[in-house]
Write a protein that binds this ligand. Sequence first.
Ligand SMILES: Cc1cc2nc3c(=O)[nH]c(=O)nc-3n(C[C@H](O)[C@H](O)[C@H](O)COP(=O)(O)O)c2cc1C
Length: 200
Amino acid sequence: MDNEETYLQSLISKRKIVRNYVGSKKNYPELKTIAKYAIKIPTAGFSRGIEIIHVSEKQNIELLAKYSNEDIYVEKGYEKWISKSVSLFLIIINVDAYHKRYNEIDKITSKKSTDWETPYWYVDAGAAMMNCMLLIEEAGLRSGFLGSHNMSNDKIKKHLSIPDEYLLLGFITAGVENESKNNTKTRKKRKIVHNEYFSK
Ligand SMILES: Cc1cc2nc3c(=O)[nH]c(=O)nc-3n(C[C@H](O)[C@H](O)[C@H](O)COP(=O)(O)O)c2cc1C
């Protein structure tokens, strides 16, 4: 039927950022392979400067929740979020991999990676983030995203032994939605898809 959504269309339509989890103690073996598939992204010049750390041990998640300033979040009146996740996926960016790649002989005539208007490492990191979220939804869990602007990045890097020069994009969270919480947004949506030409 013409109006029927495909599996991927339906997965994309149903995905939304979910921050209310019930704190499940169940094991989710399907989460173990998510990073492997989420990292299957194109990277500029095949620089391969995006990496993912999957964290699933309860005590590690709890410590990372602390380093993600969950207490400040809770003080603002929200429910615990990061510590109630069953898994966290941290996307990390090795900017140097891009600079090294674009200094190689076949890229010598390309615009220098230090002069890019749109640094492609952020593009590639976003692609991995989206893959990760959709794979979490496919596994029957709900995904969220906490950006690194809300985290104590130095503490997280130290705890997870991430090299200093890497950038953190943020945590993709996976959890079981607490459906008793109302997650409906009321924010007004403006038109952001255009047909042929930009139109208001
Ligand atoms: C790059 C990026 C950073 C974000 N950072 C945060 C964050 O730090 N904390 C948070 O609660 N939500 C964060 N979000 C989620 C958005 O605030 C918002 O929930 C999302 O755009 C709603 O998407 P949805 O309607 O598809 O669920 C972030 C989203 C993106 C893409």
